[in-house]
Design a protein around this ligand. Structure first.
Ligand code: SAH
Length: 356
């Protein structure tokens, strides 16, 4: 089976509403007057309209959009936490796979956390997505639609930031992720500096990102700054060990002059020792990276717990005293499994009961 640049397989996958670019959209709806196509495009992308809301369009065109460009995400569950400040969606894809998207309101910004793949092949043992394995890449439209739909719910609060920190490894699905970034920036009007791509450390992806024009932010999920421990925590480290990762981050910094950040989930007794802080501080200083610390969130397949808060603060203070820049992150949506590393699109809750 072949897959085109938008991630659609030619054999069986439909073209989804947010897969085409503006020109492709016009070509697909061939025969409609240009101004109608502009109205449709603007309504769908800028306002996040459903076809029923496009009342300025003739019924026949609305029906044509529904039939020829179906939506890619069906909501199976919407969970709300943090007094309404965090919303998580479980979406069903056209082929029955599932993904999740999280919307988070803060005092000064509103962020959508998007998935780039259904499942993940990176197999980090402490991450719920890694624990449940890889299903498939998302298409451009499936990524863009997550933002469009979350933005519709968010209104009147404006979505200001996008983070590629949901399910999947964005750089394992580079072409579609990058095409989606361009679309989110250009068609949805979200500034590149407000878009962050998080990677487990896929070096070829970092190298490609260094050559892109749009100045998005890069986050690297580090979790350990020595190869022995990192090989165990983040298996891709066996392929792209720390020395390679550091070199590629350094090349990225040279090329882009943007701040890099490191994600570090503090795991009790595993990566929260004084020696871990020392190794991390040294690496972060060399790369002038900002460190985001969070205590590990619980997941079903990993028994070790997060570092207690008092020791999280001690760890941060040790980093700071060594001249590194570190912040402790507030965790969001733990009670609805929406926090970092908890997304796994719990299929057992949503599958129709099987016949015996
Ligand atoms: N694959 C990419 C994008 C996912 S981002 C990446 O790894 O960066 C999800 C973030 O949550 C990553 O930083 C990941 O390491 C972190 N994470 C995974 N499991 C976690 C857990 N149980 N608690 C806290 N953070 C976790």
């Amino acid at each position: 089976m072949t897959v085109d640049a938008a991630g659609r397989s030619h054999r069986d996958a439909p073209v989804l509403r947010f897969d085409p670019t503006r020109d492709e959209f016009a070509a697909l709806l061939d025969g409609e007057p240009r101004y109608r196509l502009d109205q449709a495009w603007t309504g769908l992308h800028e306002r996040g309209d459903e076809t029923d809301d496009l009342t300025n369009l003739p019924k026949a065109l609305r029906a044509r959009i529904d039939a020829e460009l179906p939506l890619g995400l069906s909501p199976e569950e919407e969970s709300v936490s943090d007094n309404g400040e965090t919303v998580k969606w479980l979406w069903r894809l056209h082929d029955g796979h599932h993904i999740e998207t999280v919307l988070m309101h803060y005092e000064d910004r509103t962020t959508v956390c998007v998935s780039s793949q259904a499942g993940c092949a990176m197999a980090c043992g402490f991450c719920a997505t890694g624990q449940s394995g890889f299903d498939r890449h998302l298409s451009v439209g499936e990524i863009v639609e997550q933002v469009v739909r979350a933005r519709r719910t968010s209104a009147p609060r404006r979505v200001s930031n996008i983070v590629f920190m949901g399910m999947g490894e964005p750089f394992a699905n580079y072409d579609r992720t990058w095409a989606a970034v361009e679309r989110i920036n250009h068609d949805l009007g979200i500034g590149a500096r407000h878009i962050t791509i998080s990677t487990v450390g896929v070096v070829p992806g970092i190298d490609r990102l260094a050559r892109e024009d749009l100045p998005v932010n890069l986050a690297v999920s580090l979790h350990s700054a020595n190869d022995e421990d990192r090989n165990a925590l983040v298996p891709i480290n066996q392929r792209y060990p720390l020395a390679m990762l550091e070199e590629s981050c350094a090349r990225y910094l040279d090329a882009k002059n943007r701040r890099l950040s490191f994600e570090w989930a503090l795991i009790d007794g595993v990566n929260d020792r004084a020696s871990d802080a020392d190794e991390l501080a040294i690496l972060a200083r060399r790369l002038r990276a900002h460190i985001n610390l969070i205590p590990l969130n619980p997941t079903p397949g990993y028994l070790t717990r997060g570092t207690p808060m008092d020791r999280v603060h001690e760890f941060r203070d040790r980093l700071t005293s060594m001249g590194a820049n570190a912040t402790v992150r507030r965790t969001r949506g733990t009670d609805i499994d929406a926090a970092c590393g908890q997304l796994r699109a719990s299929r057992q809750l949503v599958d129709p009961p099987r016949r015996r």
